[in-house]
Write a protein that binds this ligand. Structure first.
Ligand code: ZN
Ligand code: ZN
Length: 242
């Protein structure tokens, strides 16, 4: 088993932790707050992680934004990032050159990768997800319930099997993190709800009853992969349903 780190979440007021879910992002001051390239809505900040001691990206952080209007403002092919590899039962494939250029690939999500020391609390972002601080527990076991796992090994669904990218533009790729299937992100009361489909013609979408946001739909486990580079890695994402 490869070394991984499982998240331990604690509900507190936003503090100065550099790994956390929700609240306001702590990213470089020159980064624009990202907008969805599909529907034009501001992306919702979901979480950020500072890579732990012993990880190849120690000293770096990654912030993740995603469109919480995906269900009602995107058509079916716009609900996931564009990629020829998803759902094809591919394993150990090379991602074609140019395919994951963030400007064309990161349509409904955005990854911001930066030196942890450059992060500043972004008061210009209105928080939507309830804050939880993350501590990391070193692990060599597959803990399917851990909300976020850094590195380690992918936990695949039996139905789909392994779908691992090996390289992109000549650079090796490795698993950056996983977000657990059925892990939802608690929503703040004043934030707009995620909509869900009713399949009724006159009233196709209603607010989701649960006071939370799903992440690429709740049944999906999310895998984020990155090129093994200290600066400006490229990212690719896939999901499997459970
Ligand atoms: Zn959108
Ligand atoms: Zn290929």
């Amino acid at each position: 088993m490869k070394q991984g780190w499982d998240s331990i979440l604690t509900k507190i007021e936003q503090d100065n932790s550099n790994s956390f879910i929700g609240g306001k992002p702590c990213i470089p001051k020159n980064e624009f707050l990202p907008i969805c390239k599909i529907c034009g809505e501001p992306l919702t900040f979901f979480f950020q992680v500072a890579f732990p001691q012993g990880h190849m990206w120690e000293g770096k952080s990654l912030a993740f934004f995603y469109c919480t209007c995906t269900c009602h403002k995107h058509d079916d092919i716009q609900k996931f990032p564009p990629s020829i590899h998803t759902g094809t039962k591919n394993d150990l494939f090379h991602i074609p050159d140019g395919e994951i250029d963030p400007e064309i690939y990161q349509t409904l999500f955005r990854v911001i990768f930066f030196d942890t020391v450059d992060g500043v609390l972004r008061e210009d972002y209105k928080e939507k997800v309830k804050y939880q601080k993350i501590d990391w527990k070193s692990s060599k076991k597959k803990n399917k319930k851990a909300p976020i796992i850094i590195a380690g090994e992918a936990i695949w669904s039996k139905e789909f099997g392994m779908e691992r990218p090996i390289s992109y533009e000549g650079k090796d790729m490795e698993l950056v993190l996983q977000v657990a299937d059925y892990f939802n992100f608690e929503k703040l009361d004043d934030a707009s709800p995620e909509m869900e489909e009713t399949y009724k013609k006159n009233n196709p979408f209603i607010p989701r009853k649960e006071n939370n946001y799903t992440f690429f739909f709740e049944f999906n486990r999310v895998y984020l992969w990155g090129t093994v580079e200290k600066e400006h890695p490229s990212f690719w994402l896939n999901v499997q349903c459970f």
